[in-house]
Design a protein around this ligand. Structure first.
Ligand code: ADP
Length: 383
């Protein structure tokens, strides 16, 4: 089937970045999003203004495009299933989405196919779970950026948090005292072709991603193991689209899969500037059947730093963005959000290491990239 018009349920920054890739590839992008000031509205070919879980709007969206993809998980899966039965093409399929959007169901599936995961259970079954504090509580659906993830240190905290979450389905898992957090983007095309990007290191503070390092400073064994995990997952699920895979690396060098996002992901934003083909273009290539092409870096390394809101404002922070763009080899991406609040992702900066820079070792590269991240954060968060 020839794909010309691609529908996206969602119009946030991921759809905004996807729309730029769509323009480059000559696709029309039609989005379903609630607000007229959502990031992708200004750049999409066509917009259907409606909430993400509005089924009637998705029926209209389906009438306007050849295939529908996702940029978030706030969808009404049950509502979409009759559409798929009627022949509407979703990428990834709703079978894949059903397995992945619920954290508990996802984790059970990963365990079922033999992937290494942290120990987990449901809140109802906690009494039969052999655990010691700290533990981690996660709301099974609709959590993002740490919203819905709670690190619990005492029985008292557990009681209070469980009470606050009453009525919600909750997963519980062991706290992993990880050495590092890792992530990888991996795509599978409608033709079965698979492409895996480099393994990167991420850093979260209060469960929100602050920066992503692309330094190569991860052992070859771990890189190989994660690549195999990505390939297994894409193949077994017959995914058509792209997955963001988040992992923990333990002090014993054990890899544990934390979470899978069935879409483009913050940990892959660096690909916009550091790779020939960005994760957004890769997603479009995968669902349209174009060759996936290269996932290689076009530089020696990179660091992506999220620009998080640190106050309530409607500013555009032009002066700070100017300063950030003066850093050598930096690329500033501004999502144009009008309603800024603390912790909200409002842009990001990627700084590349040129091929002739600091070539000696991945350890030195990592250190250098960390220093750049600190510099960017000190400019951004200075009052
Ligand atoms: P979200 O879907 O909100 O991003 P995650 O499961 O990715 O939720 O958790 C966000 C962050 O919380 C992780 O990146 C990690 O830093 C921390 N975290 C989550 N689960 C655990 C765990 N089991 N042990 C230790 N830290 C965790």
């Amino acid at each position: 089937m020839t794909v010309k018009r691609i529908g996206v349920i969602g119009g946030g920054q991921l759809a905004w970045m996807m729309a730029k890739a769509a323009q480059r590839l000559g696709f029309d992008l039609i989005i379903q999003t609630p607000q007229k000031n959502d990031p992708a509205v200004s750049i999409a070919t066509e917009v259907i203004f409606a909430p993400i879980d509005d089924k009637a709007a998705t029926i209209e969206l389906a009438d306007h495009c050849d295939v529908i993809t996702f940029e978030n998980e706030f969808i009404d899966l049950e509502g979409l299933k009759p559409l798929e039965k009627r022949g509407v093409r979703f990428c990834p399929s709703l079978k894949v989405m059903t397995l992945l959007v619920d954290k508990y169901r996802q984790r059970s599936y990963l365990q079922h196919i033999g992937l290494p995961v942290p120990k987990f259970t449901t809140l109802e079954n906690l009494s039969s779970f052999n655990f010691s504090f700290p533990i981690v509580l996660k709301v099974r659906r609709h959590g993002y950026d740490g919203q819905g993830t709670f690190i619990i240190k005492t029985p008292e905290e557990l009681e209070i948090t469980a009470k606050n979450l009453e009525g919600k389905e909750v997963m519980v898992e062991e706290f992993v005292p990880f050495e590092r957090e890792l992530a990888v983007m991996a795509a599978r095309s409608v033709t079965g072709e698979i492409a895996v990007y480099p393994l990167v290191e991420t850093y979260q503070s209060n469960q929100v991603c602050r920066w992503v390092l692309v330094s190569g400073d991860i052992s070859t064994e771990v890189q190989k193991e994660v690549k195999q995990i990505a390939i297994n997952l894409l193949t077994r699920l017959e995914v058509v689209g792209i997955l963001g895979i988040e992992l923990f690396l333990t002090p014993q060098n054990q890899v544990l899969v934390n979470e899978i996002a069935p879409r483009t992901h913050n940990s892959g934003h660096y690909t916009l500037d550091a790779c020939k083909i960005s994760q957004f273009e890769m997603q479009l290539r995968a669902l349209s059947g174009l060759p996936l092409d290269s996932t290689e870096l076009n530089c020696l390394g990179a660091v992506m730093i999220n620009l998080l809101g640190y106050e309530h404002s409607r500013q555009n922070y032009l002066e700070k963005r100017q300063k950030l763009s003066e850093i050598s080899c930096s690329h500033v991406h501004w999502y144009g959000k009008t309603n800024i609040r603390p912790g909200r992702k409002i842009g990001h900066v990627t700084v590349l290491l040129e091929k002739n820079e600091i070539t000696s070792s991945s350890k030195i590269r990592r250190q250098h990239l960390l220093e750049i991240a600190q510099k960017v954060e000190s400019i951004w968060y200075s009052q």
